[in-house]
Design a protein around this ligand. Structure first.
Ligand code: C2E
Ligand code: MG
Ligand code: MG
Ligand code: MG
Length: 286
């Protein structure tokens, strides 16, 4: 009996693997087609200052536009793109589009902060990464201090020494660096203090856990670590007013999440900036 169940399981496993391989190949082809036909677009999610309630920055998030006009989330194609190496080309597209959009918003007087672009491990490890970024900044005429890069612990821990070198080069250009999804990876505190970062982004999983005292203590600890290292802290995935108030008490200074806004198309984001601009700063009401 056990033997036949085992055999079945083996067959099932094989079938699943096959389906996954086919699916993967389909996604790979779709990405190749999308790169050729310019089907990738960038959405923006605001980062809000806790005290002033104003936009201090935004995160650029890639989207794939299907031929029917639908949007595909990066969760479904980024892992494949990472494996095939296509993430490097996608990353270039995102970086260029983000720089163009932000340059326009700055010129229109709508914005003067930073745009944060996610870098994958493969992209971050490119020996010519800094040259590529220099080229894009120059072509789009965006001063480097308007750019921030988000990298994960997994990315920097693949080769910490090399990562520190690259991070120093980027910092020397005035580019800001944020560690994304902090707390979910494998970086040690010993390394953390060596990484020339500006910001820690607390992963959404920790924000979700804030309904419990233990969860709040964890966030408290992360905020304290960040501040002790002179880093600013961004809470990602903030959805409720309660979370916002708890984060305020814990002195987390920047908030990102559906509570304020979902990621928006460039057009909608410009409208969001316009609306923000018309609002009186909270301080004026005091
Ligand atoms: P991430 O960098 O941690 O980005 C945050 C993700 O959380 C985004 O998902 C965002 O839409 C989502 N999010 C923000 N606020 C909330 C909230 O309040 N509730 C919930 N449930 N979700 C929220 P998205 O856009 O699907 O991106 C997923 C991941 O894909 C990103 O995680 C990032 O790791 C990766 N990614 C996105 N764009 C790029 C890109 O251009 N390049 C690279 N290499 N990776 C990217
Ligand atoms: Mg990110
Ligand atoms: Mg994140
Ligand atoms: Mg995350």
């Amino acid at each position: 009996h056990a033997k036949s169940a085992g055999a079945n399981r083996y067959l099932f496993f094989n079938d699943t693997m096959n389906k996954q391989a086919v699916k993967r190949l389909q996604i790979e082809n779709l990405i190749r087609h999308g790169l050729k036909e310019d089907y990738f677009t960038v959405f923006y999610q605001p980062k809000m200052d806790m005290l002033s309630g104003k936009v201090v920055g935004m995160e650029a998030l890639v989207r794939f536009i299907t031929p029917k006009g639908g949007l595909v989330s990066p969760a479904s194609f980024i892992p494949v793109a990472e494996e095939t190496g296509q993430i490097v080309d996608i990353g270039t597209v995102v970086l260029r589009k983000a720089c163009i959009d932000v340059k326009r918003w700055i010129a229109q007087g709508l914005f003067h902060g930073r745009v944060a672009v996610n870098l994958s491990a493969k992209q971050f490890m490119l020996p010519f990464l800094c040259d590529q970024i220099d080229d894009i900044l120059q072509q789009t005429d965006l001063p480097s201090y308007h750019l921030e890069l988000e990298i994960t612990e997994g990315t920097v821990m693949q080769s910490p020494k090399l990562a520190i070198d690259t991070m120093k080069k980027l910092r020397a250009r005035g580019i800001h660096l944020a560690m994304d999804d902090f707390g979910t990876g494998y970086s040690s505190l010993a390394y953390l203090k060596q990484f020339p970062l500006n910001t820690l982004k607390i992963d959404k999983a920790f924000i979700d856990d804030m309904s419990s005292a233990r969860g709040r203590n964890m966030v408290d600890t992360i905020v304290t670590i960040a501040h002790n290292l002179s880093l600013s802290v961004v809470a990602e995935g903030v959805e409720t007013h309660e979370q916002l108030e708890q984060l305020r008490k814990l002195r987390c200074e920047i908030i990102q999440g559906y509570y304020y806004s979902k990621p928006l198309s460039a057009e909608d984001f410009a409208a969001f900036l316009q609306e923000q601009k018309q609002q009186r700063p909270k301080i004026a009401a005091l």
